[in-house]
Design a protein around this ligand. Sequence first.
Ligand code: PLP
Length: 387
Amino acid sequence: MYKFAEALESIKEKGLYREMLYLDAAPGPHTMVGGKQMLLLSSNNYLGLCNDDRLKEAAIATIREFGVGSGGSRLTTGSYRLHRELEERLAQFKGTEACLVFSTGYAANLGTIAGLADKGWVIFCDRLNHASIIDGCRLSGAKLVIYKHCDMNDLEKKIKRYHTGKGLIVSDGVFSMDGDIAPLAEIVKLAKKYSIMTMVDDAHATGVLGPNGGGSVDYFGLQNEVDIQMGTLSKAFAGEGGYIAGKQSLIDYLRHKAKSFIYSTALAPHNIAVSLKALELIQKEPERRKSLLEKSRWFRGELVKNGFDVPMNNTPIIPLMVGEADKAVTFSRMLYDEGVYVPAIRPPTVPNGSSRLRFSIMATHTHEDLAMALQKTIVIGKELGLI
Ligand SMILES: Cc1ncc(COP(=O)(O)O)c(C=O)c1O
């Protein structure tokens, strides 16, 4: 018999035991976490749309008309005209021919990679890519080749060594725990040189980066170069779901091959209505992402000025590097006691020895919110000997 209790003890000894704190209000800047009023600095609700009245109205009106569930998978009885409309609009937004919506971003990565590649393929995968990408690669049966984080020399070296015929380079656009932007122009260049397909996971960049808010691919103007653009509807889009955008033939192929699409219940119509409204606002209100990036730049800059180990980037994901898991947890608890909620991120989510606090900014944070969080972070950081 597997000894769960012993395994959990060992997890605890390593400082890696995970507790869940429950929210009792919308994930805005000020919310209830674990029964306490908190300044929330760790949500993926980047544009602050989760509690936007227009999105809520869209959901409520759609529930009144369509009910609360889709009632089937997309290929049986779960596809509504709303799904098609969202897929058409997302394709336009991403600058691609077509798009396919999945029930989550995780399902989109998993089903797409496993549906596309098989034993005859080699997948080149950044070391810090999201778990759903890694799982998709493993499930596909393809040879998985991990390259050093954003290291194009290592990628090329490994392409030369392992590329045989069918290949895919896959990278997060913005890395979820580090907040840095992948060197997509260089990735695309290598992909062209060696005739390899490219896939970018823009979960954290969509709605946030790029002149049109289209993500890291839009930021670099590579809409015509990247073969597969993946995204989620659960972060800047404030709802649920994931999608793949690309050529019509790719999307048609995935409809036949991506098992997480085929064998899973379709998103309920109100989720789709929320995403349609979010997309409209992302396109109509660019000031949201501008303000988000300005606030993020300020907060990051202040942490650096005060001596914290924080990498310089221009995204709302701001990792404050701590090192040991225990210390990161202590830092997070002390901030919580002061009314600021920023969870500690530990292995296996990040590599050993790189535990951190992962701040993430929302467009709806005020300057006062951020100044308050900064001041408390500095006081505790000094107490813990980090600065
Ligand atoms: C980079 C990345 N890809 C994919 C996902 C999965 O998306 P979803 O939460 O919609 O399943 C996430 C996070 O949740 C992510 O951070």
